[in-house]
Each structure stands twice: as structure tokens, then as C-alpha cells.
Ligand binder design. Structure first.
Ligand code: PLP
Length: 391
């Protein structure tokens, strides 16, 4: 059985060039980048080259790029350090952030007494920028706004340029979790005035265990991991040299092919919408997921018109990997906050969400296989439903 991978928002397969670059670094450049001898300095040069490459991509200074272990660490560092070192007393966020943001925000509320204001998204998953503006104007407390660029479950994209402007006008700092958009979109932070952003290499065919935080120099941010001068003392600890080289190679490939990859994935996404709409009458798409504007081309969030908590397992048995989402799952697992925001209670009780996420390697034949598998599984539910309705 040829296995089909449609869970690229969770992680992506490493590209061959990335593996080669990493293996070569592990073999040839094992020096500690903090060592002053040539072994160390060769490793250091590799890191600094990637830092410059990332900085060029984002149109920022290399000093503003801090390598970390992942997106989660970057987001934790930004939020915790803002409270600890920059005097943040209030955070404005949404209930739809990734848990590494929402739980860190809650932690700051519980342990540090930070006031937290939530913007409640509408049923499409949109946030109201007027509400943000009102909240910003409503208090003199030193404020951090934390809003993700693209939602990892439904793919909605927010206008971070506009949000950054609103934050500047109101003296607030702005953090955007850009894990799902880094290397997938052109991001020019000389135009988009975010103060902080995050990246994770494994979301764009790089390795796991490496990412970076963008920290705008003017904020004066300090680190929370102490014990060494690495990463300009913002993140102590010997750097993951081969991981950073892998991140650089993955970024290079993504940027080289961005137009072609974007077009391919948008076509695949459109084809998926078409095929699934034909195969499963009554299927819906969540948030802005099925729209071209303000929706990430890598993510499609679908809603099957029947409840089947086992759908992920059934597809997996047919060799197809997708993420089930958790809105209608059985037993212990709780609905995700995102699904609670965008689905009605009726939909939560009677439907099944599916997150299908693409890469440049996804083919139409794979989408055909998904549509056929779902059609077959859905038949049983249609029959059950008909029987129930007949009685
Ligand atoms: N933020 C978003 C939006 C994500 O989708 C993810 C991963 O799924 C993360 C943060 C966490 O990234 P990492 O897996 O590198 O910790």
C-alpha cells in the first residue's frame, strides 16, 4: 500500500538536500561554535550565514534573529520575557491561538497577575479589528498583543500589517505566531512592523528541534534561558548547528520555489474542495478555509455531515494520514477551542471535522484516493442516517 501524507500543517517530510546539508555538517563541522579555534569558528560561520539568510528574507538585521529549538520555545520566550523583562501588564489575544501561546498567556495570568483580554472571533474565525482598537484604547497598562498570522486548524490569515500599525498607534507591543506562514509567504518586517515573531523549521521541510524568534532590537528584550553568551545572551546553550544549517537549506529551497509551490498547492486545494464536494454531499468547509482570500493555501478544514470519531483511524487503515481535529471526538478528548469558535453546537454534536494539509509534493492522484476513501466510509453513515430518518 502506498501511503499518503496529508498532514503537512503538523509537520513536513525533510527534503533530500536538507538531509545532505545536515549530514555533511554533522560529519565535517562538529566544533562547538563558542570555541575560538578553527573547528569552533567554522561551525560559527555556518550559523551566522543562516542568520544572515533569514534576516535577508525578513528584511531585518541579523542581530534580531535568535535561534531556538522550535516554535513553542520561541513563543514561550517572547511572551514570558515580555512580562518578565519589558513590564507587560496586559495581554490581548484570542482563544484560537496555538496552545504554546494560549497556555503561556494563561500561565502569565495565573503566576504573574497579567490581565488578559480576549477578542472573540466570529463563526468564520475572523477577528474584529475595531474590537482590538477599542481594547487597546481602553487601558493605559503596558500591553502585548499576541495574534497568530495564520491559524493552524482552519488556515485563516489575519492582516498583521494593519494590526502592527494599530499596536504602534496605541503604544502596544505586537507578537505574531508566524509558524504556519514563515517560508510559505513573503514576509517583509521592514514594512510589517511586528515586534516579535516565531518560526519552526519542520513546517517547511526542515528538521524538527530548530526554529527562531524574531525579536525587534528596539524592544530591548532579554532572554529567559541563562547560562551562556550564545545567541547574544538571549538564549544560552550550545547551538544546534546541523539543525540551523537544515533550517537554512529548507528556507533557501522554499524561497527559490515559492511561486511555483504556492500555485501548485492552491491548485491542489481547489481540486480537493471540488472532489470532496462531489464525493460527500453536505460537506462544508470551516472558517475561511475554502476561500482564496485570507486563507492559507496549505490548509483545508472540512466538516463531514455525520459524526464519526473514528474517521482518522479508518483513513489511516487505508494508508491516508490526515489530522482529525477534535471537535466531535469521543470519550476523553475535548473539542479544540478553534472548532468551538467556528462550529455551532449542532455541528459539534453531529459532524466530524477533518484538517487536510498540503505540501508541494501532494498530487491530484492522492486527493482522488482521499475522496474515494471518504466516499466509501461516508456511504455507511448515509445508510445509517437514512435508516434513522425512516423510523
Ligand atoms: N504555532 C503554530 C501555529 C503551530 O502550528 C505550531 C505547530 O504545530 C507551533 C506553534 C509549535 O511549533 P513547534 O512544533 O515547532 O513547537
Amino acid at each position: 500500500m502506498n501511503k499518503i501524507y496529508l498532514d503537512n500543517a503538523a509537520t513536513t517530510p525533510l527534503s533530500e538536500e536538507v538531509i545532505d546539508a545536515m549530514v555533511s555538517t554533522m560529519k565535517m563541522n562538529f566544533g562547538n561554535p563558542s570555541s575560538t579555534h578553527s573547528f569552533g569558528q567554522e561551525a560559527k560561520i555556518l550559523i551566522e550565514n543562516v542568520r544572515r539568510q533569514v534576516a535577508d528574507y525578513l528584511h531585518v538585521s541579523p542581530a534580531e534573529i535568535i535561534f531556538t529549538s522550535c516554535g513553542t520555545e520561541s513563543n514561550n520566550m517572547i511572551i514570558k520575557s515580555s512580562v518578565e523583562h519589558l513590564g507587560i501588564e496586559r495581554i490581548i489575544s484570542t482563544p484560537m491561538e496555538h496552545k504554546c501561546v494560549s497556555e503561556t498567556v494563561l500561565d502569565m495570568k495565573n503566576r504573574k497577575g497579567v490581565e488578559v483580554n480576549y477578542i472573540r472571533p466570529n463563526e468564520k474565525g475572523d477577528i474584529d479589528l475595531h474590537q482590538l482598537e477599542e481594547l487597546l484604547k481602553a487601558s493605559d497598562k503596558k500591553t502585548l498583543v499576541s495574534l497568530m498570522h495564520a491559524n493552524n486548524e482552519i488556515g485563516n490569515i489575519v492582516d498583521i500589517k494593519k494590526i502592527a500599525e494599530l499596536c504602534k498607534e496605541n503604544n502596544a507591543l505586537f507578537h505574531s505566531d508566524t509558524v504556519q506562514t514563515m517560508a510559505h509567504m513573503n514576509l517583509d518586517f521592514s514594512e510589517i512592523k511586528v515586534d516579535f515573531a516565531s518560526c519552526s523549521a519542520h513546517k517547511f521541510h526542515g528538521p524538527k528541534g530548530v526554529g527562531f524568534a524574531f525579536i525587534r532590537k528596539a524592544t530591548g528584550m532579554k532572554g529567559i534561558i541563562t547560562g551562556g553568551p550564545q545567541e547574544r545572551s538571549l538564549r544560552a546553550g550550545t547551538e544546534n548547528v546541523s539543525g540551523i544549517v537544515g533550517l537554512g537549506k529548507a528556507l533557501e529551497i522554499s524561497l527559490q520555489h515559492m511561486e511555483e509551490y504556492t500555485q501548485h498547492m492552491q491548485e491542489i486545494k481547489d481540486y480537493t474542495i471540488e472532489r470532496l464536494s462531489d464525493a460527500i454531499p453536505g460537506i462544508k468547509f470551516n472558517g475561511r478555509s475554502a476561500e482564496k482570500e485570507n486563507s492559507l493555501y496549505t490548509v483545508l478544514s472540512a466538516l463531514l455531515p455525520y459524526k464519526n470519531p473514528l474517521i482518522g483511524l479508518q483513513l489511516d487503515m487505508k494508508g491516508i494520514a490526515i489530522s482529525q481535529g477534535s471537535a466531535c471526538s469521543s470519550g476523553a478528548s475535548k473539542p479544540s477551542m478553534v472548532m468551538m469558535m467556528v462550529l455551532s453546537e449542532d455541528e459539534m454534536d453531529h459532524c466530524t471535522p477533518l484538517r487536510i494539509s498540503f505540501s508541494h509534493m501532494t498530487t491530484k492522484a492522492e486527493i482522488d484516493a482521499l475522496a474515494e476513501a471518504l466516499e466509501e466510509i461516508s456511504k455507511d453513515y448515509a445508510i445509517e442516517k437514512t435508516n434513522v430518518e425512516h423510523r
